[in-house]
Design a protein around this ligand. Structure first.
Ligand SMILES: Nc1ncnc2c1ncn2[C@@H]1O[C@H](COP(=O)(O)OP(=O)(O)OP(=O)(O)O)[C@@H](O)[C@H]1O
Ligand SMILES: [Mg+2]
Length: 356
């Protein structure tokens, strides 16, 4: 039998969030991991009803009440909880009703946060997916470019031999369509220039895109800024980063599609951040947040692939180009999306040789 002091020490040091509710489902106890997960202090939230703690997770709290009433334990894996701050976290959840004779019934809840684990797993698959596509595209583009050059050259030769100028219209169609295809292939191949890096401030980049998008957006769309001015300067190619942020911000604009909406440009610093296998002490994050309809669920897995588009007039290259430009800076583009809130975040390491 462990004594109370030991039990408390264990609870206080667990990585699993442990919450205890009384019979009315009011919070009685929360351990520090729980405080971290809910981003609230025990003092603030003790005594609150479960529905107050998780006001946007109605289905979940209803399931808890059912479990409490029936006395049956309840387990669910990888659920998304929307916190009072409207942040979402992914957790494995176990709920155990405690019904001991002579004691008031209670409910014990364990929440194991998975986001970090999921994020790394997803990030790795994202990088692998990205590499595989690029190899495929390089091969394919190479195979198309040679015959295309031949076709264009032949059309030019033919044009010189044509007896009537009127027929040139046709050779011109061949030439201009060949050029259009060539252009598309070049865009699919992604940036071919290495970044021209210089010391820049991240806000140089974000301000430029903010102004461009502000000018493009209809009046009904509010474009706002939320900057952390303390982000230090770092070495980067501003033109490439502008292109990357612009591609993402234009998508947000197109997603809102003339309706009323809001786009926010946010900058933050993240400490101790892993990109791929590399750990970085400081990472600059640019988030583009929109309140449009969100990414269609069937596209979520493939969104960074070239040619994946949900728009009739889209080429589906914007995001794949943004990802490769940011990769060239040792960074990564990630997103989360639900109807009403889509966030694309570009993470850029602030130091170039900081793998510790
Ligand atoms: N913020 C967003 N909200 C909703 N859907 C989005 C958002 N960003 C991207 N998408 C979806 O992802 C698709 C792919 O975007 P991407 O920028 O790669 O290509 P595109 O915008 O279709 O074409 P292009 O950028 O090459 O003109 C879009 O067509 C759209 O369906
Ligand atoms: Mg786009």
């Amino acid at each position: 039998m462990v004594n109370t002091e030991t039990a408390t020490r264990i609870l206080e040091n667990l990585n699993t969030a442990v919450l205890l509710f009384d019979k009315a489902l009011r919070l009685k106890y929360i351990n520090p991991a729980g405080e971290m997960l809910l981003a609230a202090s025990a003092r603030q939230i003790t005594g609150q009803f479960i529905e107050e703690l998780l006001p946007y997770s109605g289905e979940f709290t209803a399931a808890l009440r059912r479990s409490h009433e029936s006395g049956n334990p309840y387990t669910e894996r990888e659920i998304q909880l929307c916190l009072a701050s409207r942040q979402t976290v992914t957790v494995d959840c176990t709920v155990t009703p405690l019904n001991e004779p002579h004691l008031e019934s209670e409910l014990l809840m364990e929440l194991l946060p998975l986001d970090r684990h999921l994020r790394i797993a997803r990030e790795e698959s994202l990088q692998a997916q990205y590499q595989a596509t690029r190899t495929l595209i390089r091969g394919m583009a190479h195979e198309i470019k040679n015959p295309l050059g031949g076709l264009r050259g032949a059309a030019q030769l033919l044009e010189r031999e044509l007896p009537s100028a009127k027929l040139k219209e046709y050779t011109q169609v061949i030439i201009s369509e060949a050029d259009r295809l060539q252009n598309l292939l070049n865009r699919m191949l992604g940036p071919n220039a290495l970044p021209h890096k210089r010391l820049i401030n991240i806000h140089e980049v974000v301000e430029r895109v903010y102004n461009l998008i502000g000018a493009e957006a209809a009046d009904a769309i509010k474009v706002t800024r939320d900057y952390d001015p303390s982000i230090p300067d770092f070495e980067a190619d501003p033109d490439q980063l502008i292109q990357a942020v612009l591609n993402i911000a234009r998508n947000a604009l197109q997603a809102i599609d003339g309706n009323k909406g809001q786009i926010t440009f946010q900058t933050r610093i993240q400490r101790h951040f892993t990109i791929g296998q590399r750990h970085h002490k400081n990472v600059a994050c640019i988030s583009i947040i929109d309140d449009g309809p969100g990414i269609p669920p069937d596209m979520i897995e493939n969104i960074f692939y070239p040619m994946i588009t949900g728009r009739a007039e889209g080429t589906g290259l914007g995001l794949s180009i943004a990802q490769s430009l940011v990769n060239q800076h040792g960074g990564l583009v990630e997103f989360s999306s639900r109807p009403g809130k889509t966030v694309f975040t570009l993470s850029l390491p602030l130091e170039t040789n900081n793998e510790h």
